[in-house]
Design a protein around this ligand. Structure first.
Ligand code: B3K
Ligand code: ZN
Length: 876
C-alpha cells in the first residue's frame, strides 16, 4: 500500500452518530451485529460511496434500513466493504460479521488472553471486529450488548456505564448492556469477557459525584492490585487539582491481561492493561515496577481528557494525546515522588531511547508527515520528545501562561478530534504570543545541537555567553530552520551561589531562561564581579545535545555546588562520559587512560553529602551506560572496547571509594517491613547502587556481601538486584543463584520474565547460547509478548557486546526471531526489529553483519507491512 500523507487529509465523507453492537462471544466464532446510524458529512464530498474498513472479517449479512442489500450494491475486499451508491441521507446499516478470537495471534481486535476475551483497537483494530470508518475523526455514541456462556465469562465489561444485565432465558448464556454517552472514535472501543476477580473501591469527584472503581485480575491475584487502585485514586484527585479535569462516568474499570502488545490502553471507562503494569506485591515486584505501575495507571487515566474527551483528528496528530499525556504523567509522578530524581530518570530514558532514534535511520518528527504503518509510530519520539515539547511550552510561557493555555484547550476543544495547530493556537491565544517558530519542534526531526562558550571580562564585570545552534540532516529533511530553544541557565559564583542574571540592557533573563531563536546569539550579563561557572540547560530545559567549553574543574565545581539538582547530576556524568569516550578509544588501541581524579572526587563528595536525597545519590553514582558511550562516540563504534573501558572505570571507582560505599551500604540497611513509597525506595536504590559498585571491584569481600544480600532479601527489589549483581559479577555464584530464584518463582510468569531478561543481559559470549536455550525452556512462549520482550528484547536492547558480536551471531539471532514472530504478531516483530536502529554507527564489520541480518528479514516472503516498514527505513 502507498504511504499515508498528512497533506492528503480530507474530512470523512460519512459520519456515524450511533453504534449499537451485539457481540456473541464464542471461542472460535464470535458473532458481531453492528447497527450504525450514518449520515453524509456536510464537510465531505457529495455523493460519496460509504467505505468501511475491514480486516480478516467474515461478512454474514448486510442490510440498509432493514432491507438486505443486493449483491451488486456493495463490494467486499480484504480491506474494505464499499456501498457503491448509497442514498445521500441519514440511514442505518446492519452488519453481521464473524471473527475467530482464538486464532487472533496479532492481539489486535477481539482476541483471547488466557481464556479471557478482550479487545485492542488502537490504532486500527476495530476494523477487525466489524466494518467501520476506522479513523479517529469519526465520533459516535456506543451501546454494546455482550453475550457469553456464563460459565466461560461470568464477567462482561464494556465502555461507559452499565445499563442492564441478566440471564438469557432458557440457555446457559447471560448478557450485559453498556452505554457510553460520550462520543468517541472507534479506537477507544473495548469489551472484556472472562472469569476474573475484582477489587472494588470508589472515588468522589470534586463536584461530589461518586464513581465506582474496579480492577479485574486473574483469579487469585486481587491482593496484587491494591497499589494500582491506590495510584488510580491519586491520579483522579491530581488531575482535578492540577488541571481541573474531573471524571465523567459512573464507573471506571481496569482489566489486567497477560497477553498484550504494549503497556496499556485508555479505552473509555475500560482501560485494558498488560498485567505487568497492574500486579505488584513486595515479593514479586521491584521498586521500579511499582513506579511504572503508578505512572502508567496515571497515564491511561489522564487520557480520559487528553485523548478521549479531546481526541486526534488523524494519526499524524498522535503526539497531541501521547506527548501531552506523558508530560502529565511525568508531572504527576514528580509530585508524588522526588521531582529532581524523576526529572533525572525521565531525561535518562529520553537520551537512551529517543536520542538514538533521532540520530538514526528511523528518525521522524514528533508529528510525522507520512507513514506506512501507524503502529510503528508509537515511538520514543512521539511520546518522550513529544512530552519534552510540551514541557518547553511550559518553560517558555511560565506556570500560569501554560495553565491558561491548557484551560483554553480543554474548554475550546472538548468533544473535538483536534490537531497540533489547534493545540498550539490555544497557548498562543491565551498568552498573546506567536508560536510559529515553536511549531518547528513538531515538524523537524533530529536532536538540536547547542555549542556554548563563555567569556568573563574582569575589567567590565561582564560575562558573555555565545550560543550556536544547529540541527543535523535527518531522513527526508536536508535543510533545517533554527528552532526556538528555552535554555535555562545559572551563573554560579565562586561561593556556589547563583548570581543575578541581569542582561546588559538592564532586563532580566525571565525565570533564568534564555530564548535561543537564531543560529548564533550572544547574551551579555552585567555586574558579574567574579568569574562564574555557567550552569547550562538547567533541569534539561530543552531536549538538545549541548557542548560547552567548561573544564573538568568547572564540571567538578558544578557537581558539588550547582543549586540545580539535574545539572549537579549531569556535571559528573559529563566528566565520566568524556573519560569513557577517551578510554574506549584507548582500549581499542590496546592501551588505557587514567581515571580522572575529578570524577572520583565528585562521586565521593556526593556520597559524603548527608543532606542529599538517597534516590538522587543513587542516580549520581551510576556510571553512564555502554549505550550512552556508544551514542557519544557516534561513528565506528566498537562495543567491546566500550565495555572494557566501562568495566575498568567501574573497577577503579570501586577501588577508590570502597570504604565509603561499604559505609553507605551499611547505613542504609532496611528498617522495618517493605514499603514501596519513594523514600523507602530511594534508600534501597542507594544501598543497591553501593552494592553494585562494590561488586564491580570483584573483591571476595564485595561478592560475599552480594551473596548475603541475595540470601537475606525479604522483597523483590533487593532479591533481584542482588541476583543481577551475582549474575554479572560473580560467575561462580551465578548458576546457583539463578536456579534458586527460578525455583522460588517458577509459577509466577512476571517474575520469570525478570529471570529471563537478566540472563539475556550477561555480557559474556555464552549469553547467545543461553538465550537460545531459554527459548526452549518451559517458561518461555513465543506467543506471549512479555516473554519475548523479556528474553529477545533484552538481549537485543540491553546486551550490546553480545547482540553486536563480531561474528554476527547476535544479529542473526534477532533476525531469526523476527522472521518467526512476524507470521503471528507483526507488531511485536516490528518492535524487536527496531533494536537495529543504530546499526549504521557500528564499526564496518558489525555494520556489515547488521545489514546482512536486515536484508535477510527484508527478503522473507510475506513479510508484514509492520516489519517491512521498519526494515525498509532502516536500510534506506
Ligand atoms: N494509546 C495506547 C497505545 C496504543 C498502541 C497501539 N499500537 C497506550 C498509551 O499510550 O496510553
Ligand atoms: Zn498514551
Amino acid at each position: 500500500p502507498p504511504p499515508v500523507r498528512l497533506g492528503d487529509y480530507r474530512p470523512p465523507d460519512w459520519l456515524v452518530d450511533t453504534v449499537h453492537l451485539d457481540v456473541q462471544l464464542h471461542p472460535t466464532a464470535a458473532r458481531i451485529r453492528a447497527r450504525l446510524a450514518l449520515r453524509p458529512n456536510p464537510e465531505g464530498r457529495e455523493g460519496s460511496p460509504i467505505v468501511l474498513d475491514g480486516d480478516e472479517l467474515s461478512l454474514k449479512s448486510l442490510t440498509l434500513d432493514g432491507v438486505p442489500l443486493a449483491g451488486t450494491a456493495y463490494v467486499v475486499t480484504a480491506t474494505a466493504l464499499t456501498l457503491l451508491a448509497p442514498p445521500q441521507r441519514a440511514l442505518t446499516l446492519e452488519i453481521e460479521t464473524v471473527v475467530n478470537p482464538s486464532a487472533n495471534t496479532k492481539l489486535m481486535g477481539l482476541y483471547r488472553s488466557s481464556g479471557t476475551y478482550c479487545t485492542q483497537c488502537e490504532a486500527e483494530g476495530f476494523r477487525r471486529i466489524t466494518y467501520f470508518p476506522d479513523r479517529p475523526d469519526v465520533l459516535a455514541v456506543y451501546t454494546t450488548r455482550i453475550e457469553a456462556e456464563r460459565e466461560e465469562a461470568p464477567i462482561l465489561l464494556g465502555n461507559g456505564n452499565p445499563v442492564e444485565s441478566g440471564p438469557v432465558e432458557g440457555t446457559s448464556r447471560h448478557y450485559a448492556v453498556w452505554h457510553d454517552p460520550w462520543p468517541k472514535p472507534c479506537y477507544l472501543f473495548a469489551l472484556v469477557g472472562g472469569r476474573l476477580d475484582r477489587i472494588a473501591d470508589d472515588f468522589v469527584t470534586a463536584t461530589g459525584k461518586k464513581v465506582e472503581l474496579g480492577i479485574y485480575v486473574e483469579p487469585g491475584k486481587t491482593e496484587r492490585a491494591g497499589y494500582a487502585m491506590d495510584a488510580l485514586k491519586r491520579s483522579m484527585r491530581w488531575d482535578e487539582e492540577v488541571f481541573g479535569c474531573e471524571y465523567d462516568l459512573d464507573v471506571f474499570n481496569i482489566v489486567a491481561v497477560a497477553d498484550f502488545n504494549m503497556g496499556a490502553m485508555e479505552n473509555k471507562g475500560l482501560n485494558i492493561f498488560n498485567d505487568k503494569y497492574v500486579l505488584a506485591s513486595p515479593q514479586t515486584a521491584t521498586d521500579a515496577d511499582y513506579a511504572n505501575i503508578e505512572t502508567i495507571i496515571a497515564h491511561e487515566y489522564f487520557h480520559n481528557w487528553t485523548g478521549n474527551r479531546i481526541t486526534c483528528r488523524d494519526w499524524f496528530q498522535l503526539c497531541l494525546k501521547e506527548g501531552l499525556t506523558v508530560f502529565r504523567d511525568q508531572e504527576f509522578s514528580a509530585d508524588a515522588r522526588s521531582r529532581p530524581v524523576k526529572r533525572i530518570s525521565d531525561v535518562r530514558l529520553l537520551k537512551s531511547h529517543q536520542f538514538p532514534e533521532d540520530a538514526g535511520p528511523l528518525a521522524h518528527p514528533v508529528r510525522p508527515s507520512t507513514y506506512r504503518e501507524i503502529n510503528n509510530f508509537y515511538t520514543a519520539t512521539v511520546y518522550e520528545k513529544g512530552a519534552e515539547v510540551v514541557r518547553m511550552l511550559k518553560t517558555l510561557l511560565g506556570e500560569e501562561g501554560f495553565r491558561a493555555g491548557m484551560d483554553l484547550y480543554l474548554d475550546r476543544h472538548d468533544g473535538d478530534a483536534a490537531t497540533v495547530e489547534e493545540f498550539l493556537a490555544c497557548f498562543a491565544d491565551a498568552n498573546g504570543v506567536d508560536l510559529t517558530q515553536f511549531a518547528l519542534w513538531y515538524a523537524q526531526s533530529g536532536t538540536p545541537q547547542l555549542a556554548v562558550s563563555g567569556t568573563w571580562d574582569a575589567a567590565t564585570h561582564r560575562y558573555r555567553l555565545d550560543v550556536a545552534q544547529s540541527l543535523p540532516a535527518t531522513p527526508g529533511q536536508d535543510q533545517k530552520q533554527p528552532m526556538v530553544i528555552p535554555l535555562a541557565i545559572g551563573l554560579v559564583g565562586p561561593d556556589g551561589r547563583d548570581l543575578p542574571l541581569t542582561l546588559d540592557d538592564g532586563s532580566n533573563a525571565e525565570r533564568g531562561v534564555l530564548r535561543i531563536t537564531e543560529p548564533r546569539q550572544s547574551f551579555v550579563f552585567r555586574d558579574i564581579a567574579e568569574r562564574p561557572v555557567p550552569s547550562l540547560n538547567r533541569g534539561f530545559s530543552a531536549p538538545v545535545k549541548l557542548s560547552s567549553d567548561l573544564s573538568t574543574a568547572d564540571l567538578l565545581f558544578l557537581a558539588r555546588h550547582d543549586s540545580d539538582p539535574f545539572n549537579r547530576f549531569d556535571a559528573a556524568q559529563t566528566i565520566a562520559l568524556g573519560h569513557l569516550v577517551a578510554a574506549s578509544a584507548a582500549a581499542r588501541a590496546g592501551s588505557d587512560v587514567p581515571v580522572p581524579d575529578a570524577l572520583v572526587e565528585a562521586l565521593g563528595a556526593t556520597l559524603a553529602d548527608g543532606a542529599l536525597d538517597p534516590a538522587f545519590v543513587a542516580q549520581a553514582l551510576s556510571i553512564p551506560s555502554e549505550a550512552d558511550v556508544a551514542r557519544e562516540i557516534g561513528v565506528d563504534v566498537d562495543p567491546d572496547a566500550i565495555h572494557l573501558a566501562r568495566t575498568r572505570l567501574r573497577r577503579a571507582v570501586s577501588a577508590a571509594l570502597a570504604p565509603q560505599l561499604a559505609a553507605t551500604y551499611d547505613r542504609h540497611a532496611p528498617a522495618g517491613t517493605y514499603s514501596p513509597d519513594a523514600a523507602s525506595a530511594g534508600r534501597r536504590a542507594l544501598r543497591n547502587s553501593c552494592l553494585d559498585l562494590l561488586a564491580a571491584g570483584g573483591t571476595p569481600d564485595a561478592l560475599a556481601r552480594a551473596q548475603v544480600h541475595f540470601d537475606t532479601a525479604d522483597n523483590m527489589t533487593d532479591r533481584f538486584f542482588a541476583l543481577a549483581v551475582l549474575a554479572h559479577a560473580a560467575p561462580q555464584a551465578r548458576e546457583p543463584a539463578l536456579a534458586a530464584f527460578h525455583e522460588r518463582f517458577r509459577d509466577d510468569p512476571l517474575v520469570v520474565d525478570k529471570w529471563l531478561a537478566l540472563q539475556a543481559q550477561i555480557a559474556e559470549p555464552e549469553a547467545l547460547e543461553r538465550v537460545r536455550g531459554l527459548t526452549r525452556h518451559p517458561a518461555f512462549a513465543w506467543t506471549n509478548p512479555n516473554r519475548v520482550r523479556a528474553l529477545i528484547g533484552s538481549f537485543a536492547g540491553l546486551n550490546p557486546t553480545q547482540f553486536h558480536r563480531a561474528d554476527g551471531a547476535g544479529h542473526a539471532l534477532l533476525a531469526d526471531a523476527v522472521i518467526d514472530i512476524d507470521g503471528r504478531n507483526p507488531q511485536l516483530a516490528a518492535r524487536l526489529l527496531a533494536a537495529f536502529k543504530s546499526w549504521r554507527s557500528l564499526e564496518p564489520g558489525r555494520r556489515a553483519s547488521a545489514e546482512a541480518a536486515l536484508r535477510r528479514v527484508a527478503a522473507k516472503p510475506g513479510l508484514s507491512p509492520d516489519a517491512s516498514d521498519i526494515v525498509g527505513r532502516s536500510l534506506e
